[in-house]
Design a protein around this ligand. Sequence first.
Ligand code: AMP
Length: 221
Amino acid sequence: MRIVLLGAPGAGKGTQCKRLLAAYTLVHLSSGDILRQERSEGSDLGKKAQGYMDSGGLVPDELIVEMMVKAIEDLATDGFVLDGFPRTVNQGAELDAALAASGKALDVVLNLEVRDDVIYDRMSGRRSCPKCGAVYHLISLKPQVEGICDHDGEGLIQRRDDQLEVVEKRMETYHQQTKPVVEYYQNSAVRVFDVQANGDAETVHAEIREILARMSDSQTV
Ligand code: AMP
């Protein structure tokens, strides 16, 4: 199955992707995670991306498209879920062209819909492990020991791009550049489903499973 998961920053895309991996044979490709990895390795791409990421803007399309198309081509399996990409209409069109050239097409686009006030609450309380990338929340997803990652004992941090002024910029970028991607897919041959994602992760996951099951039943996937 080839899935694109759309939604604002903080909509829960990463969390839902991880749950999908437990249920389906898929590889999770997160453009944000790949960029953070490039940065921690100090690669050329990481250095180029740094300023855009820290300010809440988007990394230029040509860098992102090349990076993600290569990541898809390098996959050993056929199934993937894309998280954080495409984020502009142009990225969507470039992705379509690359997939068409390799004879693959997307099966479904899932659009996580979350109110802006819920996003702000989620993101202001988000804490991350700088070592393994695990994500926690001050209220809804606490680590076993306050401020410490459960997996590797590293001290948790608030990512620069989860700080309020950057979140505001990221939301502006989302409304201006990424929301039109939903419309782009609605006007394409790919099926698009809106998923109400204001609630807890389990409920959202159940709704996604139901959508994918209905698609399988109708032999679309
Ligand atoms: P994320 O973790 O997905 O919110 O991504 C973190 C940051 O990486 C974003 O705020 C952007 O600066 C950059 N980024 C991630 N994916 C993309 C993309 N598809 N296009 C442009 N910039 C991206």
